[in-house]
Design a protein around this ligand. Sequence first.
Ligand SMILES: [Zn+2]
Length: 211
Amino acid sequence: MARWNPCVLAVAIGLVAVMPTGVRTEGADRGAAGPFITRHAELRAALDRIARGSASWRAALAAVAGTGRTAVVVTPDEVVVAETDGQARAAFDRSEVAAVSPVSDDTGRVSAVLVVVNVAQIQAAHERLSSLPGEFHADLERVLAHEVYGHAVPYLLAGDLSGRCADPVPGTPAAEACAIQRENVIRAELRLGRRTDATLSSLSLARLLRH
Ligand SMILES: [Zn+2]
């Protein structure tokens, strides 16, 4: 079973450094969701569905809007390749489902959080499974509940790196981890099931991993 623990990856591969010039946000649709910005139609629609269905999400939107900080939700295609010593390297591991990275300055202040969601990978998995559209949509909502509400919102509200909301660590119950607990708040309000582990098994596309 694949581990779903990509959230340290983005920092390790240097997305923080890439973000200020590396993500194109012009033309991004702020939509009804205010501080959660995306220009991807499926992500925009998923963010809007969550906002309609979850009072906790709407409260977070209002609170983050008051800070002036933003979460920028993008696909891997929108993350520009980083140049290191003239060598291009990918800024996102495309085998991952999603990653999140706070954009901070030298003092640890966070102005925005970058959330990368591999929509193409999730969509392709569902196409191989002949899923119903609703199953694909529900998985996008689960991923966004974890990455945006679980990780991005605490950073944005804190305004610095103290807002880190941790993923499960081996040897401790996943359901006690900060990010999983927050994800489950949104899942409960949207009736998307409860996540109790650190893997992808609670996503509909996890069926693919067993075949
Ligand atoms: Zn996480």
